[in-house]
Design a protein around this ligand. Structure first.
Ligand code: ATP
Ligand code: MG
Length: 555
């Protein structure tokens, strides 16, 4: 955004480091674990890391933090790259923490030889049980004073597969009485006899996050390692490893993660929704994933603008999803082509319009664009589809749409006067009759008649059939993760409404997944990239025209 704003705390740090000469240029990284698809929270981290480097002429790496073979997959790696690119960023170098396994192993040997790491026979559970409490020191393991030679032999045996999962771990020898629990001889390596998505069966020991992340930062000469607040308590350990190893001193800085109302934002929970088929995959348009937002019709610009606007804080908070919707509306209003689509069609018959006549009218694509974004052709004829809700048999006083003897303008066409209607045996109106006023054609109206209402329509003869999917909040409480019990009990059962009988104007047959539309009076829509075909068009509603939710919940 062009508007001036004061520096955020990370920009202040970077400017400080550059002005004191601590760094001559900055190097950041975005370090996703490839165990799921990226979500809007990751977008915040991406915009932050790439944004800082862009602003200060630095570089940003993409690093896959793939040290846990159990949950990681190549499918996720590919989706992450696609999403970062789609968001509009290009990384300097692409790395995998698993590429550093040899180096990280050598770091471990280095610490063993300095007497700063030891092999323990306790299981992860026993270690946790002996860790003490924040106010009470932990118990030292009997293995803590093993000789360097024994540790070397045992660690090599761990690596060579002589032990099974859980039988041995490598721990740092720091301080079992430290007030920081993370400093109480943390685990550095554990045994996992699981194939890794990249290193296959080469390794059966894998470094823990804390003994991989800072090391990877250091190997890549990352100057500013930015992560979310929950890692603040890990920072002394991050620094301890780097200092003891005497390697490039990367520094960690923390910011508050993004939370959004009416959704969940942890990959573990999102994975549950996918696996239990409560949504239609990671890219379900109701998901807060980048791929879901893309399929829903969000633009990358709207997501970047949103991230820019929320900025970075040091305190946890939850952002109203309405703000994200504000940014997509703002963008789509500028770029979306206007189209007419009737969702709940009834037939309007213009009895004084010649049978078998078709007129090609013109309508502007987008009044917000220069030259109205060009014009499209709009066939008009004797029979039109209009919305059932645009007709009332006995209208109330302020009804400006169709009703017996009332006049209305058909958008980009003529003024018509309602002359009658027909009902079926259930009392449902099926046809409305009217007469048009030939002199009232839009753009060349000489009728002198002024009407208050304008409705949209589609020519019956030329209409395309379409399915339209309307989405609502995926959860019906603001913060499902904060509620009692399983977060899935708070799923909104009506978050997807499928309209099967919509009628669209014919140009929509040419719609492509990257096109954005405003269906006049209905909202913003796009083609569903997964299900739409030329034989059967499927549209997703990106967002309503106005914030209907805020109004309803205040009622
Ligand atoms: P999740 O809890 O959703 O699995 P994670 O933190 O485990 O998230 P990673 O793949 O490890 O996911 O995250 C990659 C980067 O994105 C990290 O630097 C992390 O701090 C950041 N990140 C993840 N979630 C958010 C969020 N909600 N807001 C801001 N940054 C986030
Ligand atoms: Mg993680």
């Amino acid at each position: 955004m062009s508007e001036e704003r004061s520096l955020n705390f990370l920009e202040e740090i970077v400017e400080g480091d550059l002005s004191t000469g601590k760094h001559t240029s900055i190097h950041t990284r975005f370090p996703p674990e490839p165990n799921g698809y990226l979500h809007i929270g990751h977008a915040k981290s991406i915009c932050l890391n790439f944004g800082l480097a862009d602003k200060y002429g630095g570089k940003t790496n993409l690093r896959f933090d793939d040290t846990n073979p159990v949950t990681e997959e190549t499918e996720y790696v590919e989706s992450i790259k696609q999403d970062v690119r789609w968001l509009g960023f290009d990384w300097e170098e692409e790395h995998f923490a698993s590429d550093y396994f040899d180096q990280i192993y050598a770091f471990a040997i280095n610490l063993i030889q300095k007497g700063l790491a030891y092999v323990d026979d306790m299981s992860a559970e026993e270690i946790a049980a002996n860790k003490g409490t924040p106010t009470e020191a932990g118990k030292e393991s009997p293995a803590r004073n093993r000789s360097i030679e024994d540790n070397m032999t045992l660690f090599t045996a761990m690596k060579d597969g002589k032990y099974n999962d859980g039988e041995k771990v490598l721990r740092a020898k720091i301080d079992m009485a430290s007030p920081n629990m993370h400093m109480r001889d943390p685990i550095m390596y554990r045994i996992k006899k699981t194939s890794h998505h990249r290193t296959g069966d080469k390794w059966c020991i894998y470094p823990m996050y804390d003994f991989a992340h800072g090391q990877s930062d250091s190997i890549e000469n990352i100057t500013h390692s930015i992560c979310t607040l929950e890692f603040e308590v890990h920072k002394p350990l991050y620094n301890w490893y780097i200092e003891q190893l005497g390697i490039f001193a990367s520094h960690q800085f923390e910011f508050a993660r993004l939370n959004l109302t009416y959704t969940v934002m942890s990959k573990r929970k999102l994975l549950q929704l996918v696996q239990e088929k409560l949504v239609d995959g990671w890219d379900d348009p109701r998901m807060p994933t980048i791929s879901g937002l893309r399929r829903r019709g969000y633009t990358s610009a709207s997501i970047r603008n949103f991230c820019d606007r929320i900025g970075v804080q040091r305190r946890e908070n939850i952002i109203d999803v309405g703000l994200l919707e504000f940014f997509i509306r703002e963008d789509l209003n500028k770029i979306a082509s206007r189209r007419m689509v009737v969702m709940d069609p009834i037939r309007l018959i213009i009895t004084n319009y010649p049978e078998n006549q078709t007129e090609i009218l013109r309508s502007e694509n987008n009044p917000e664009e220069e030259n109205n974004g060009g014009y499209r052709e709009l066939p008009f004829g004797r029979e039109l589809w209009i919305e059932a809700e645009d007709f009332q048999e006995t209208p109330h006083k302020k009804w400006f749409r169709l009703a017996p003897e009332q006049k209305v303008r058909l958008k980009s066409a003529y003024i018509v006067t309602c002359t009658g209607f027909k009902k079926d045996e259930n009392g449902k109106v099926t046809e409305v009759y009217c007469e048009y006023i030939p002199e009232s054609k839009s753009g060349q109206d000489s009728s002198g008649i002024h009407v208050k209402g304008t409705i949209h329509w589609v020519s019956c003869e030329h209409a395309c059939d379409a399915e339209v999917r309307l989405y609502d909040r995926l959860f019906n409480v603001e913060n499902p993760s904060d509620e009692e019990g399983d977060f899935k009990t708070y799923i909104n059962p009506t978050s997807l409404q499928i309209i099967t009988q919509a009628k669209t104007e014919p140009v929509l047959l040419e719609a492509q997944p990257e096109n954005h539309f405003q269906f006049i009076r209905k909202g913003y829509f796009c083609i569903d990239s997964k299900y739409s075909t030329p034989e059967k068009l499927v549209f997703n509603r990106t967002v309503t025209l106005k914030d209907t939710w805020a109004k309803e919940s205040n009622r």
